[in-house]
Design a protein around this ligand. Structure first.
Ligand SMILES: Nc1ncnc2c1ncn2[C@@H]1O[C@H](COP(=O)(O)OP(=O)(O)OP(=O)(O)O)[C@@H](O)[C@H]1O
Ligand SMILES: [Mg+2]
Length: 271
C-alpha cells in the first residue's frame, strides 16, 4: 500500500436478503483511493452508490471484503471503535442537509466536536470560526428553517469539516438545490479539496464532474468506468488548516471556563 493511499477496498460485497430474495448492493467491489482525490460517483438509481458511501463512512458494514483505512483493516472492528474513527476522520454531507431543526446553526455545526473532549465554549468558538469561513457567522443563532436550502447545505458542510477530518463524503449534496446554490456549494467543496482533503461525492448531475479529479460510473454494484482526469502526482497536498484549538490551549477558553475548572479542581481536592 503506497503511503498516499488513504482507502483501499478489496472484494467488498453487500448482500441483502437470503435465498429467493437475495440481492447484492455491492459485488466484489475493488477501489483504491489516494489522498487528495476528488472522486465523483455516478450511476443509475439503485446501483449501490449510497451503500458504498455508507460503508466507507463506517455507518454500515459490508457482508464480506476488506476495507483498509490509513493502513488499518477496519471492516471487522467494533462499532465503538468505528464511531471513534468516524468522528475523527470522516465528515458527511447529505442531500437533505440533516440539520437538527430545533438547534441554532452554531450548535448544529458544533455537534461533531461533542466526541472530542473540548469544552462547550471551545466547541462553539470553533463552530463560529468555521461558519465565518462560509460567511454565515452573522446568522449563527438562526434555526435551520430560517435559512435558504443553499445556506443550510453550507451549514452542513461547515459541520462536516469542523472536526478537521481527512475525508469528506457527500451523497448528492446539490440534489435539493437550484443551480446557483449548487454552484456555491460546489465552490466550497472545491476549496476544501484544494486544502488537500479527500472528497468522495455521489451525484446524478454530469455537469458537476468538472470539479472531480476522478469520475467513477457504477452499474449493478460494480465499477463500470473509472476515469482519472488529474494525475496522482498533481493532486493537492494536504495542508493543515487548523481551525480548532487543542484542549491545553487556554486562550480559547473564557474567564468563566477557567474559573469553573479551578472551582471543580478545588472541590476535587477537598474530597
Ligand atoms: N436496507 C435494505 N434492505 C434491502 N435492500 C436494500 C437496503 N438498502 C439498500 N438496498 C438495495 O441496495 C441497492 C443499492 O441501494 P443504494 O441506496 O446504494 O442505491 P443508490 O445507487 O444510492 O441509488 P439512488 O441513486 O436512488 O440514491 C438497491 O437495489 C436497494 O434496493
Ligand atoms: Mg443513493
Amino acid at each position: 500500500m503506497s503511503e498516499n493511499t488513504i482507502i483501499e477496498l478489496k472484494g467488498l460485497t453487500k448482500k441483502y436478503g437470503y435465498g429467493d430474495t437475495e440481492s447484492f448492493a455491492l459485488k466484489d467491489f475493488d477501489l483504491t483511493i489516494k489522498r487528495g482525490e476528488f472522486i465523483m460517483i455516478m450511476g443509475p438509481s439503485g446501483c449501490g452508490k449510497t451503500t458504498l458511501l455508507n460503508i466507507i463512512g463506517l455507518l454500515d458494514r459490508a457482508t464480506r471484503g476488506e476495507y483498509i483505512l490509513n493502513g488499518e483493516n477496519v471492516a471487522g472492528i467494533s462499532s465503538h471503535r468505528q464511531a471513534k474513527l468516524r468522528a475523527k476522520k470522516i465528515g458527511f454531507v447529505f442531500q437533505n442537509f440533516n440539520l437538527i431543526n430545533d438547534l441554532p446553526i452554531l450548535e448544529n455545526v458544533a455537534l461533531p466536536l461533542v466526541y472530542t473532549g473540548y469544552s462547550k465554549t471551545s466547541r462553539l468558538k470553533n463552530a463560529s470560526s468555521v461558519l465565518k469561513r462560509f460567511h454565515l457567522q452573522e446568522r449563527e443563532y438562526y434555526l435551520p428553517y430560517q435559512l435558504s436550502g443553499g445556506q443550510q447545505q453550507r451549514v452542513a458542510i461547515a459541520r462536516a469539516i469542523v472536526g478537521d477530518p481527512e475525508i469528506i463524503l457527500a451523497d448528492e449534496p446539490t440534489g435539493n438545490l437550484d443551480s446557483r446554490s449548487s454552484h456555491i456549494v460546489m465552490e466550497e467543496l472545491k476549496g476544501i479539496h484544494e486544502e488537500g482533503n479527500t472528497i468522495i461525492m455521489v451525484t446524478h448531475n454530469p455537469t458537476l464532474t468538472v470539479y472531480a479529479t476522478r469520475v467513477i460510473n457504477m452499474l449493478d454494484g460494480q465499477i463500470d468506468t473509472d476515469v482519472k482526469t488529474v494525475a496522482d502526482a498533481n493532486l493537492p497536498q494536504p495542508i493543515s488548516v487548523k481551525i480548532k484549538k487543542r484542549k491545553s490551549d487556554f486562550s480559547s477558553l473564557t474567564d468563566n471556563d477557567v474559573k469553573r475548572s479551578r472551582r471543580s479542581r478545588r472541590s476535587r481536592r477537598k474530597k
